[in-house]
Design a protein around this ligand. Structure first.
Ligand code: SF4
Ligand code: SF4
Length: 402
């Protein structure tokens, strides 16, 4: 019997097959195929774990097409831990299923995140390809998404504190080099509330990409690296990117007694700081809030974004209609399933247009870039910014600083 069969079966056994999750699942709604539904995927993975079903390419494809959005988990009356089933199931299929050249290539790319500077090189290559005068190259999903990133040179990082004086340690993640403006804004907002921020040096990728690809060995190494890097550095650890925060919350800190409490930055600001210290300048705009699935379904923390933005004088904060449905970015999903990913993002672009918003905010860099690309394709080039960048821009004397 496969090594991870028992935890997977125990979690899957909670599913009573009621089907209440089905209408909330984007892949089921799109296909009306039971194997593309949460209930169907749970049944497939349980049967594979029990040895009743071979780990075939067909089973792997049904699981691969899951967005991991957890809309199913959020509505499940039996509290099925779908995230755990999916994580263990993907590890099981990675071990025992067939490997296509596409999967092999994806795994090589995910493993390359460990190589210093690899993300920056990949970013530069993708931007170069996106500028080639070949229509097919410029339509490559990664190129269309990365085109939305700010051009270089990168701003230098805001000055932070040593570990022994810190209230909060900041998680950078493997996309830190791509969006320093948001990280700097986050540091400035934290500092404006009186918090002293430290950035531990030897941190790395949160392990979400490796977990989602079923690369359990790599995910384990990446978690261990971060557990060591943050051990004893501050009472709290905050992540600006909701996808990373969801993964960090899932760490098992056994053996690391001084590992900080993990927070999504929006929750940390609302629950642990004195927001009355934030003196924000007015911004007379309508701001539509996109809630990444990691924030809404995994962290259940969407409301904190609204609470923070509501402090900007003059701003009108609205919920982007359809927030319960994934935008299609979903880690590397937009690369693996570009057709479905683009269709989901196109629906968001329509919702943005109908909302009358001046700007959109999203707390996950992958979602923000995917949404930006969809808005550009629809001819509506609205800014899609991180909520902390918007807050940071409203700090006095911050206009144009980033
Ligand atoms: S996952 Fe939950 S909601 Fe979906 S079929 Fe199973 S028990 Fe019902
Ligand atoms: S995680 Fe999302 S795509 Fe996957 S089964 Fe659940 S609702 Fe469907």
């Amino acid at each position: 019997m496969p090594a991870r069969a028992d935890p997977l079966r125990a979690a899957a056994d909670r599913c009573v097959a009621c089907g209440l999750c089905l209408p909330h699942c984007p892949t089921y709604s799109d296909s009306l195929n039971e194997n593309e539904s949460p209930r169907g995927r749970i049944a497939l993975l349980r049967a594979t774990a029990e040895g009743a079903l071979q780990a075939t390419a067909a089973v792997a494809a049904h699981v691969d097409r899951c967005l991991g959005c957890l809309a199913c988990e959020a509505v499940c009356p039996s509290h099925v831990d779908y995230a755990a089933i999916l994580k263990d199931g993907r590890a099981l299929l990675a071990r025992e299923g067939p490997t296509s050249w596409r999967t092999w290539l994806r795994n090589v790319l995910i493993r390359s995140v460990e190589v210093r500077g690899a993300v920056a090189v990949a970013y530069a290559v993708a931007r170069l390809i996106s500028r080639l005068p070949w229509p097919r190259a410029s339509q490559w999903p990664l190129a269309t998404v990365l085109r939305g990133l700010p051009a270089r040179p990168r701003p230098s990082m805001v000055r932070t504190e040593d570990a022994d004086q810190a209230d909060v340690a900041l998680f950078l993640g493997c996309t830190a080099d791509l969006d320093r403006a948001t990280l700097n804004a986050a540091i400035r907002v934290l500092q404006a509330t009186g918090k002293r921020v430290h950035i531990p040096g030897d941190q790395g990728c949160c392990a979400a990409l490796a977990s989602h690809a079923g690369l359990a060995d790599l995910a384990c190494r990446q978690r261990l690296r971060n557990l060591r890097a943050f051990e004893g550095k501050a009472p709290a650890l905050v992540s600006v990117t909701s996808g990373c925060a969801a993964e960090l919350e899932d760490y098992d800190p056994a053996g690391f007694d001084r590992f900080p409490e993990v927070f999504d930055i929006h929750r940390y600001l609302v629950e642990k700081t004195d927001l009355d210290r934030l003196m924000l300048t007015p911004r007379r705009q309508t701001i539509a809030v996109h809630e990444p699935c990691s924030l809404r379904n995994a962290l259940r923390g969407g409301r904190f974004v609204y609470e923070l933005l509501a402090r900007i004088p003059g701003a009108r904060i609205i919920e982007l209609p359809g927030n319960g449905i994934c935008c299609g970015a979903a880690g590397d999903y937009f690369l693996r399933e570009p057709g479905r990913a683009d269709a989901l993002a196109a629906a968001k672009a329509t919702a943005v247009a109908e909302s009358g918003a001046d700007i959109v905010v999203s707390a996950n860099i992958g979602c923000a870039l995917h949404l930006s690309a969809a808005l550009a394709r629809a001819g509506r080039a609205l800014p899609v910014l991180h909520p902390l960048l918007v807050l940071g821009q409203q700090l006095p004397a911050s206009r144009g600083a980033w």
